[in-house]
Design a protein around this ligand. Sequence first.
Ligand SMILES: NC(=O)c1ccc[n+]([C@@H]2O[C@H](COP(=O)([O-])OP(=O)(O)OC[C@H]3O[C@@H](n4cnc5c(N)ncnc54)[C@H](O)[C@@H]3O)[C@@H](O)[C@H]2O)c1
Ligand SMILES: N[C@@H](CCC=O)C(=O)O
Length: 543
Amino acid sequence: MPKGFYNVPAPKNEPVLSYAPGSKERQLLKKALADARAVELDIPMYIGAEEVRSGKKKKLSPPHDHQHVLGYFHEGDKSHVEQAVQAALNARELWVNLGWEHRAAIFLKAADLLAGPYRYKINAATMLGQSKNAFQAEIDSACELIDFLRFNVHFMSQIYHDQPESSPGVWNRIEYRALEGFTFALTPFNFTAIAGNLPTSMAMMGNTVVWKPANTQIYAANVIMQVLKEAGLPDGVINLIYVSGPDAGDVIFSHREFAGLHFTGSTGVFQGMWKTIGQNIQQYRSYPRIVGETGGKDFVMVHKSANAKEVSTALSRGAFEYQGQKCSAASRAYIPSNLWDDVKKYMLEDLKSFKMGGTEDFGNFINAVIDEKAFNSITGYIEKARQNPMNEIIAGGKYDKSKGYFIEPTVIVSKDPSSVTMCEEIFGPVLTIYVYHSENFEQTLELVDSTSPYALTGSIFAKDRYAIELAAKKLTNAAGNFYINDKPTGAVVGQQPFGGARGSGTNDKAGAKVNLLRWVSLRTVKETFVPPVDYRYPFLDKE
Ligand SMILES: NC(=O)c1ccc[n+]([C@@H]2O[C@H](COP(=O)([O-])OP(=O)(O)OC[C@H]3O[C@@H](n4cnc5c(N)ncnc54)[C@H](O)[C@@H]3O)[C@@H](O)[C@H]2O)c1
Ligand SMILES: N[C@@H](CCC=O)C(=O)O
C-alpha cells in the first residue's frame, strides 16, 4: 500500500518523429520493417501465465500485399474465453491489493519502452498489419499509445487525490475501488493506440481484463502484449484471446462476474451487445459498466467567408489519411456555391498528386484498406453511388484487389443531401460533397445536424465570427469533437479528449479522467472521532 501521496511525472505529449529522408528514425524504421518481413511469426494467445497455442492457425498478411505471410495466430474458441475469464478472476485479488504507485510504474515503463526500444517494432507491425504509412503509424502506435499510458497515469492520480470535505470531528474519505468481477476490452482494427488503451485503462484502475482485438489488428496487439510483459504486468491481469466476437460475447455476457465492457467499433455491434447485456441483467452481481465509442459520419461545414485552400487541404487530409478508416474521417462536406470552383480545383490537384501503394515505400500517401470484406463493402457503396443520377464521381472510383486492397480516393458530388453516401458510415476513402447556395448557411446547418444518426466529429470553416458562433450553437449536439477551421481528425490525448454521442457512443472520452471514472466503484467512508453518547437533541427538554 502507498506510504506517501506520490506525484506522478507530469505527462507531456510524445513528440512526433518526422521520418524525413536521411533521418536516423527512418533508417531504424526501415530496418524494423525488413526484420518483420523476414520472419513468419507464430502468435499465441496469452491466458494467465500461459502462451496458448490452439493449433488452429490463421494467416496474417499485409492488406497491401495479401500474398505475403507475416505469420499466424492461434484461433481460440469458447473454452479459451472461459479460461481467460478464470485467469482474470484468479489474478484479481493480488492486483487489486497492489499499491497504485506500482500499477502506475508498470504503465509508465510500458510508455517508455514504446517511446524507446519498441518504437520501430510497433510502428512496423502497424504499417504491415494494418497498412498505415509511417506518419500514420507514428501518430497512432507510438505517440497516441504512449500518451494514453502517461496521461492516464496522471488522471488516475488526480482521481485518487480527489477527496470530499470533512466537518469537525469527522473524516470523510473516498475509496476508488476496482469493479467487482472481471472486465472485457473489445477493440477495433484501425488504431493500435485504441487497442492498447481499452484494456490498460481498465487494468490501471485495478481491474483484471479479458481482451479480444480485431483479427486484423492481432499482429500489433502481440507487440503491445510483449511490451506490457516486459514492463512487469503480472500474469492474468490482461488476458489476450483471439476468438470470434459472438463466442466471446456468449461466455462473457452470461457470466455472473462480468463487471464492465470497454468497446470501440461499429455501432451495430455495440447495440447488439447492449441488448444482450440488458437481457441478462439479472444474472450479474453488479450492473456492468458499458462504455462504447462507435461509428461516425463526420462533417465539414463551410461558410462563404472561408479560405478555399484551407478547406481543400482539410478535406484531402481529413477524408483520405489512412484511407478514410478513422472514425473521425470527413465523409460529408457542405460547400457554399461561391467557393466550390476553387475548393474543387485545389482538391483535385491534391488528389492527382497522391501516390498509392504499399507502406514500405515511404512516398505513398494512400495505402490499402484493411481486408477483402471492407474492400467489397466500400466498392459496393461506390458502385451504387455511380448508378444514382443525382451523383457525379469527380475523382477516383477505381479499385483493384489483385495485390492488395487498393481503392482510389473517391469524391462524389451529390445533388441530394440525403443520398446514401451522405448519410451512412462507409469507413473507406470516399467523400461526398453537397454544394449549397451560399446564402443558405443557416438552413444547411440544420441539414448537417439532422442528416445522420451519428455525432462524433465535425468542422466549421469560416472567417466570419458570427457564422462560427451560429454553427457552434446549431451543431451543439452534432459532434463530440468540434473543430473550428481545422480538419475533424487527429485528436491528441490530453488536448482534445475524444468521443461522440448519439449513435456514436457513450461519449466517455478516451484518455480522460471521465473515462477512468467508469472503471472504479466508489466507497464513501465516514469516520467519526468522538461518537455521541446521548440520542437526545439539545433542544429537547430534559426531565
Ligand atoms: N468512436 C471511436 O472512437 C471509434 C474509434 C475507432 C473506430 N471506431 C469505429 O469502429 C468501426 C471500425 O472498426 P472495426 O471494423 O474493427 O469494428 P467492428 O465493430 O467490426 O469490430 C470491433 C470489435 O468487435 C468485435 N466484434 C465484431 N462483431 C462482434 C459481435 N457480433 N459480438 C462481439 N464482438 C464482435 C470485432 O472482432 C472487434 O474486435 C467503425 O464503425 C469506426 O467508426 C470508432
Ligand atoms: N482519435 C482519432 C480517431 C479514432 C478513430 O478511429 C482521431 O481523432 O482522428
